[in-house]
Design a protein around this ligand. Structure first.
Ligand SMILES: Cc1ncc(COP(=O)(O)O)c(C=O)c1O
Length: 404
């Protein structure tokens, strides 16, 4: 057995809780709890909370760690409470003209739909593009066919870019079917057409290495693959694109904001050129210290190693399903995996069995201490850097005993 890149002992998980659902909520490492606890202890004695080390130091360290995770620059990171707030910042700050259009794949997680739909009163339309034949969403989501390796979702999106399209907004890995889009291919096509590629990255951040070339923005919350509690994430923006957005307009979005030798009421100040210009104001130090610790752990292990490990576990599970009622679904996913089309979770399609069937299956998993999740017709099994081959074999045994 190969050692997982993240030692399972770093987490508070036990035999009763095989947590394969970081696609919903990631487990927080024990070290993150320790850091948060010690910061709260400092807050009991406010004279111990230091301006440079804490108020400025924690957010700065978090921006640097987030940049390291993305392979980008710290000055392009804005701390942001969630994926939604990152996308809302872009949507609200963009210089729209009535008639502009935002294009998105059909069936995005709502955090990548409502920020754009909210622009209707400003004359901006939101258009969804089906990604494969038989792809359905909304009220028809359960009747959708699942994606296959033969589909070419990027080609459909690129063909749909129109003269009024200003933004292509996509999830890197989709929340229900787990399909991973080729951001490089989309980014290149967008750049050639003067369109901005804006990415909801939460379903792959921390478990898949990213390449930021040709992206305009990348938003993620910290509570899934990034292994932090809900409430702190980050937004990466390309420098030129960031300058085209309206600033958030907080007291910390301007130059020398914390230089109290200069009167704070002197408003003849320039907006900051870096990512702080888009931050929501005074930093949430508790949440920032939590995400910082979790990112240190992830960067220490290496996202590439985590991705390879998770893919190995996925292959093992899919192979183990040969000869069972899940075999055909296992082969569909195996082909997607081989084609580099999956993030860190396997989404098993209900195959016509319906919602109740998956809910029942989910419950039988809970009874065995196996925690998976169901979304829009798919049972999601998410592997991370701390899962083991023994975990996979336990899941395979559970699925063997169930009908697909
Ligand atoms: C693709 C995707 N985007 C965003 C989110 C969560 O958004 P937020 O960070 O705003 O809570 C989820 C959570 O399920 C998701 O699957």
């Amino acid at each position: 057995m190969t050692a997982p890149p993240l030692n399972p002992a770093l987490f508070h998980l036990d035999k009763e809780h095989l947590w394969v659902m970081h696609c919903s909520e990631g487990p927080v490492p024990r070290a993150t709890l320790r850091v948060v606890r010690s910061f709260m202890l400092k807050e009991l004695r406010p004279w111990e909370v230091c301006w440079e080390e804490d108020f400025q130091g924690i957010p700065a360290a978090l921006r640097a760690e987030a940049a390291a995770l993305l392979g980008g620059r710290a000055e392009d990171i804005s701390l942001s409470p969630s994926t939604s707030t990152g996308l809302v910042t872009v949507a609200q700050g963009f210089s729209w003209v009535p008639g502009d259009e935002v294009l998105a794949p059909l069936g995005e997680f709502p955090s990548n739909a409502w920020p754009w739909l909210a622009l209707k009163a400003r004359g901006v339309t939101f258009r969804e593009v089906p990604l494969w034949t038989g792809h359905r969403a909304g009220a028809e989501a359960w009747s959708s066919l699942p994606p296959t390796a033969e589909a070419d979702p990027e080609a459909r999106l690129i063909a749909a870019l129109g003269p009024r399209t200003r933004v292509l907004a996509v999830s890197w890995v989709r929340f229900q079917d787990g399909l991973k889009l080729d951001l490089q291919r989309l980014g290149k096509a967008c750049r050639e057409r003067g369109v901005h590629l804006v990415v909801d990255g939460i379903q792959a951040a921390g478990t898949v290495p990213v390449e930021l070339t040709d992206l305009s923005a990348f938003a993620t919350g910290g509570h899934k693959g990034l292994l932090a509690p809900q409430g702190m994430g980050f937004l990466w923006t390309e420098a030129g694109f960031r300058q085209s957005l309206s600033p958030s307009g907080t007291w910390l979005s301007v130059e020398q904001a914390t230089d109290f030798s200069r009167p704070s009421t002197d408003f003849a100040r320039a907006w900051l050129p870096d990512g702080r210009v888009l931050e929501p104001g005074g930093p949430n130090l508790l949440q920032a210290s939590a995400l910082l610790e979790s990112l240190r752990l992830l960067n220490g292990a290496g996202v590439a190693a985590i991705a390879t490990h998770a893919a190995g576990l996925q292959a093992r599970l899919l192979d183990a399903l040969e000869g069972t009622t899940w075999a055909a679904e296992g082969r569909r996913l195996r082909r997607l995996l081989m084609a580099g089309r999956l993030g860190s979770f396997l989404a098993f399609h209900h195959g016509g069995a319906g919602a109740d069937h998956l809910q029942t299956l989910l419950q039988t998993g809970y009874q065995r201490g196996i925690f998976t999740s169901v979304r829009e017709g798919y049972l999601r099994v998410a592997f991370h850097g701390f899962h083991t081959e023994a975990d996979v074999d336990r899941i395979a045994t559970w699925l063997h005993g169930s009908a697909s």
